[in-house]
Design a protein around this ligand. Structure first.
Ligand code: APR
Ligand code: PHB
Length: 391
């Protein structure tokens, strides 16, 4: 088998790239270790920056998004139950975010893949990358028990944090930067109307809570929890009680309770590996970087990475220029690090850290109070939250 770009992983990074390349008439094959149901079934964040919405529209994939996505011009912070509003739209000259679950994004990407000839090989086992430092890379994998080879010009490593792409780069080349947070998020999905028409990020003495949503009838809530906690120990009732406490009496009173249909704990991590290119391998999305979910930058960063990568590959194939692919890593990392900074900062001002003393807590309270009272501080938050420009 032969193609121009072998894409490893059919998550958001891999699938957006596959659609972009298809539209540019560049051949690509996506190799995915799991099946479609598994990839589409994973519950992840659900806030799209304008850039991601624009990419969906540009690819003619936004039919459902434009109908069902919830456009949010603002968001809310809460300190010990006292809520304040950030008018992002006003502060950023009209920018908004759109609430549309990653599962819906994946559904739209997969549905259109068939019609448009985006080539995906599901259940590709034992994927390994070879010849990345030469001109003719080869991807080996197993399909239905049979060993296969895919020859290509380039490999796009879109296989997430635990994939094979990043480890294919020699260790003396890679630099890795990491913060692991001493807590996780316990998330719950329930078919109940959301507590509020916009999101609420709550800092409470007992820990962080987030009120989010998927639709006018489906809510997504999170509470900060210890890393050693077990989902089984959190009955729905216990979750609702703790959530309402942390949201405070006003927002908490607007929470509609109901049976959950998904509950899980996710750890929080900040991670960046540099460079994002080695020879003919490009890393994109979670393969190269992880953000804590505070601010919902994960999917959005995957999109901006592959926008840069696709531009580089188009320049290479259409104009015979290496400039775009040569600048890919530096360009992507410049945006990645700013989103890392924002996600780390937003996490640090909203969560309860185990060794926090009175001083740390008062600094957090002062920071939130400062944001509440300063339009300048709100603008800084808003411009990062809606997404920094691509250039
Ligand atoms: N071979 C083939 N596919 C693989 C391999 C492998 N060895 N390892 C992992 N994969 C697949 C996974 O099964 C997954 O479907 O790569 C895909 C990677 O997808 P994500 O982990 O979603 O990563 P990415 O596309 O970069 O998306 C980034 O989306 O899922 C969120 O939390 C994530 O917000 C982040 C964003
Ligand atoms: C979500 O709805 O899942 C969500 C929203 C905002 C975040 C993180 C997750 O910051």
């Amino acid at each position: 088998m032969k193609t121009q770009v072998a894409i490893i992983g059919a998550g958001p990074a891999g699938m957006f790239l596959a659609h972009m390349l298809r539209r540019a008439n560049i051949d690509a094959v996506v190799l995915e270790r799991r099946d479609r149901d598994y990839v589409e079934g994973r519950v992840r964040a659900g806030v799209l920056e304008q850039i991601a919405v624009d990419v969906m529209r540009d690819l003619d994939l936004a039919g459902r998004l434009d109908k069902e996505g919830l456009v949010h011009g603002g968001t809310n912070l809460s300190l010990d139950g006292e809520l304040f509003h950030i008018d992002m739209e006003k502060l950023t000259g009209g920018k908004t975010v759109t609430v549309y679950g990653q599962q819906e994004v994946m559904h739209d990407l997969f549905e259109a893949a068939g019609e448009r000839g985006v080539d995906i090989i599901w259940n590709a086992g034992d994927v390994s990358l070879h010849g990345l430092d030469g001109d003719n890379p080869v991807v080996r994998f197993v399909q239905n028990g049979e060993a296969k080879e895919l020859q290509c010009d380039f490999v796009a490593g879109c296989d997430g944090f635990h994939g094979v792409s990043r480890p294919s780069i020699p260790t003396h080349v890679l630099k890795e930067f990491e913060r692991v947070y001493p807590f996780g998020w316990l998330g719950l999905l329930a078919d109940v109307p959301p507590a509020n028409d916009e999101l609420i990020y709550a800092n409470h003495e007992r820990g962080f809570a987030l009120a989010s949503m998927r639709s006018p009838t489906r809510s997504r809530y999170y509470i900060q929890c210890g890393l050693d906690e077990k989902v089984e120990d959190w009955s729905d009732e216990r979750f609702w009680d703790e959530l309402c406490l942390r949201l405070g009496p006003v927002a908490g009173a607007k929470v509609t309770r109901g049976p959950s249909f998904e509950k899980s704990i996710a750890p929080l991590r900040s991670f960046v590996s540099e460079p994002m290119r080695w020879g003919r391998l490009f890393l994109a999305g979670d393969a190269a970087h992880i953000v804590p979910p505070t601010g919902a930058k994960g999917l959005n960063l995957a999109v901006s990475d592959v926008v840069y990568l696709c531009e580089g590959l188009v320049e290479y194939y259409k104009n015979g220029s290496n400039s775009g692919i040569d600048h890919y890593s530096a360009r992507a990392l410049a945006r990645v690090w700013k989103a890392e900074r924002f996600s780390w900062w937003f996490t640090s001002i909203t969560h309860r850290f185990p060794n926090m003393d009175g001083f740390d807590r008062r600094i957090q309270m002062a920071e939130l109070d400062y944001i509440r009272g300063s339009e300048n501080a709100q603008r800084v938050l808003a411009e990062n939250y809606v997404g920094l420009p691509l250039k």
